[in-house]
Design a protein around this ligand. Structure first.
Ligand code: CU
Ligand code: ZN
Length: 183
């Protein structure tokens, strides 16, 4: 492959999204590679305004996540995690339990040992909105395996995640909660 063709191939991969993996180098293959999908609709906990939709989709060995939130604190970073229980009934989000941790790891950032449910923090803009898309490894969608995100609780926190404090990241109150549901 000469340099021009290589650049074209790179551009094609970029057009597919950064999650394009070797087996999805063409649009048709990418469509085949897209696996089960799940959605969490996040609702505000008592006294809060944060809400939104988060979509999870299996792509080969990783999961793509697309999040859209409103009602966050403007210009604030918000801790964001999958928690072990798909239960938002308590009003304060505490019924969702601790961070989803099927592999018994410490809390941490994506580039170090971390709970399977530890996600990159959401960054709210000046209007309190946040959009994010990223990839996860070590989790699955609809697999029925211990790493399956379906049936888990998804939580947005009031404060940033320090990715250090065990086992929570010290990200404060739970301001939105939703259950990850197979689409
Ligand atoms: Cu959390
Ligand atoms: Zn964690």
């Amino acid at each position: 492959m000469n340099r021009v063709h290589l650049l074209a191939a790179v551009a094609a991969l970029a057009a597919l999204g950064a999650c394009a993996s070797p087996e999805s180098a063409t649009p048709m293959a990418a469509a085949r590679a897209a696996g089960p999908k799940a959605v969490a609709t996040l609702s505000p906990t008592t006294g809060n305004t944060a809400a939104g939709t988060v979509v999870f989709e299996q792509h080969g060995d990783h999961v793509t996540v697309t999040a859209k939130l409103t009602g966050l604190k403007p210009n604030q970073e918000h801790g964001f995690h999958a928690h072990e229980k798909g239960d938002c009934s308590s009003g304060d989000g505490m019924s969702a339990g601790g961070h989803f941790n099927p592999t018994a790891k410490p809390h941490g950032p994506q580039d170090a040992e971390h709970h399977a449910g530890d996600l990159p923090a959401l960054k709210a803009d000046a209007n309190g909105n946040a959009q994010a898309s990223f990839h996860l490894t070590g989790v699955s969608v609809g697999s029925g395996a211990p790493t399956d995100l379906v049936g888990r609780g998804l939580i947005v926190h009031a404060a940033p995640d320090d990715y250090k404090t065990q086992p929570t990241g010290n990200s404060g109150a739970r301001i939105a909660c939703g259950v990850v549901t197979k689409a």
